[in-house]
Ligand binder design. Structure first.
Ligand SMILES: Nc1nc2c(c(=O)[nH]1)N[C@H]1C(S)=C(S)[C@@H](COP(=O)(O)O)O[C@H]1N2
Ligand SMILES: [Mo]
Length: 508
């Protein structure tokens, strides 16, 4: 019974960890981390032997093997805990540390993955302690039999807890395995996608686009660092082979497009800076990537929008919607049905296999990930997901600017202090960036060249500062001469405004 308690405690905790990883990100899975570490650690000869023995089922064999080893040690921990309080918990703790070490060896190791591993181990320890205590209560009750209690309540309590844990492990385990399987199948399909060369390549990034400031936001955001915002509880797993996009609504001809159709189109590649409407002034819900895709206007031209239509309601596989002005999708800008991000197929979290990217509009009104439908319609007839939830129907990106260095809160040395950051006014372009010290006169910063009007620009300015406390603010002016809105306003309903303000502490 003590061994069963140990196995159920470990099983329940691990399944809980896997379910949380399924919900948040498959990259957090403790089981995947440990399995990956095992695969990396075993000698090649053993690997060859495993492949020869199990063939393509080698990964399943590994998982079953891990489950058996874990159940064995957890059973042992239960027996030990029953003999001596906390001794079994220590065994589980050591296992948890080994799991944490495995997570640290992984490429995707981050604070979240480490927290999940520690959390899983803690849950295992707590469940083990609880179950063994219940078992011991049963034992002490059995030693002093109470003839009026049949069956003994402590016995029933223990067996019920054990059965619930076992049931959770079984049902949750099947669910976690199904999620894992779906994500694995799609990851594999993503690995097989060969992105075609663009018919129109992205203009080369001018050498002068990099302001050369240490610690500044990189011009192009690596996929792994790109902010992620969506309402998807689990990342939709869409097989590109069965994906279709339907163009419906107020059109002359409905159009259906497969992933293979899309790959065969003349694709364009462009740098576009995507921003979230929830980004606060100075925030980091913004990123710049090189997107590969087919211009949406060409797809719309095939369908032939009818007169009177003024909106395209795009819908994702999980039912989320965005309402984009038809005019913005037809005015010649590089609004893309994107399949590539920085030279790779879209990452699953960023909309694999296909998403929209529209220069100049916040993501919530344009950047539908896992897109499966474009309905040509009218703002008067259809509402998108965020519109009834307190966000504006239209969402053009507001011109804004940010100070990246020096990082707020860290003291700097007196003398020439180098300031640097980014500014953006997608589809209009930045004309000027200025800084001011303690609300004094605006001083013009050195503006680096943009990659294009659709991306952010880097800027820098050296200021002579003596010892003391300073308040530094930045503001941008777009290429049409409009200064960014200096009035402080929150993100809802259509994007935050105000000046990014940092305090610097200058030390001798
Ligand atoms: N399917 C779907 N697409 C979506 C969203 C969503 O919730 N579901 N959120 C949008 C919002 S609000 C933003 S800011 C961008 C973010 O894209 P990213 O996660 O690739 O950075 O995706 C947009 N596309
Ligand atoms: Mo967003």
């Amino acid at each position: 019974m003590a061994a069963a308690a140990g196995a159920v405690a470990a099983g329940s905790a691990l399944v809980l960890g896997e379910l949380l990883a399924g919900v948040f990100s498959p990259a957090l899975s403790p089981v995947t981390a440990v399995g990956g570490a095992v695969i990396d650690a075993v000698p090649p000869a053993v690997k060859d032997w495993a492949v020869a023995l199990f063939g393509t089922a080698d990964k399943v064999a590994l998982l079953v093997g891990m489950a058996l080893v874990i159940a064995g040690f957890a059973g042992l921990a239960g027996v030990v805990e029953d003999r001596r309080r906390y001794a079994g918990a220590a065994v589980v703790g050591v296992f948890g540390l080994a799991g944490l070490a495995a997570v640290l060896t992984r490429a995707q190791a981050n604070a979240n993955a480490m927290s999940l591993a520690v959390f899983t181990a803690l849950v295992a320890v707590i469940l083990l302690r609880l179950l063994v205590r219940m078992l011991q209560e049963w034992g002490s009750q059995a030693a002093t039999p109470d003839p009026t209690a049949t069956p003994a309540p402590a016995r029933r309590r223990f067996l019920q807890a054990l059965a619930s844990g076992a049931a959770f492990t079984a049902v949750g385990g099947v669910l976690a395995a199904a999620w894992r399987g779906a994500a694995a199948v799609v990851s594999e399909a993503r690995g097989r996608v060969a992105l075609p060369a663009p018919a129109s390549a992205a203009p080369a990034i001018p050498a002068t686009a990099d302001a050369g400031v240490e610690g500044i936001t990189p011009l192009v955001t690596p996929n792994a660092d790109f902010y992620r915002i969506d309402t998807a509880l689990t990342v939709p797993a869409i097989d590109p082979d069965t994906w279709v996009l339907k163009v419906t609504g107020m059109v002359d001809r409905e159009v259906e497009l497969s992933f293979a159709d899309l790959l065969a189109k003349p694709l364009v590649e462009r740098h576009v800076t995507l921003a979230c409407v929830s980004n606060n002034v100075g925030g980091d819900l913004i990123g710049n990537a090189r997107w590969l895709g087919w211009p949406v206007r060409e797809l719309l031209a095939l369908a032939g929008p009818r007169p009177g239509a003024d909106m395209v309601l795009s819908r994702s596989a999980d039912g989320w919607t965005a309402g984009t002005p038809l005019e913005v999708l037809s005015d010649g800008r590089d609004a893309l049905l994107a399949i590539g991000m920085n030279g790779e197929p879209l990452p699953l979290e960023h909309g694999f296999p296909v998403r929209l990217v529209v220069p100049g509009l916040y993501g919530y009104v344009s950047a539908t990930k896992w897109v499966t439908q474009l309905k040509v319609t009218r703002f008067a007839d259809d509402v998108a997901y965020w519109t009834p939830r307190g966000w504006s129907e239209r969402g053009p990106i507001k011109t804004s600017s940010r100070i990246d260095v020096p990082r707020g809160g860290r003291p700097v040395k007196a003398g020439k202090v180098l300031f640097g950051g980014v500014a953006w006014a997608q589809h209009t372009g930045i004309g000027k960036v200025e800084l001011r010290v303690n609300r004094g006169a605006w001083q013009q910063a050195e503006l680096a060249e943009g990659i294009s009007l659709d991306t952010w620009y880097q800027w820098k300015l050296g200021l002579d500062l003596t010892e003391g406390q300073y308040e530094i603010q930045v503001r941008a002016t777009d290429l049409s001469g409009r200064i960014q809105d200096e009035q402080s306003r929150p993100a809802a309903p259509d994007g935050a405004t105000g000046l990014h303000t940092i305090r610097v502490d200058v030390k001798p």
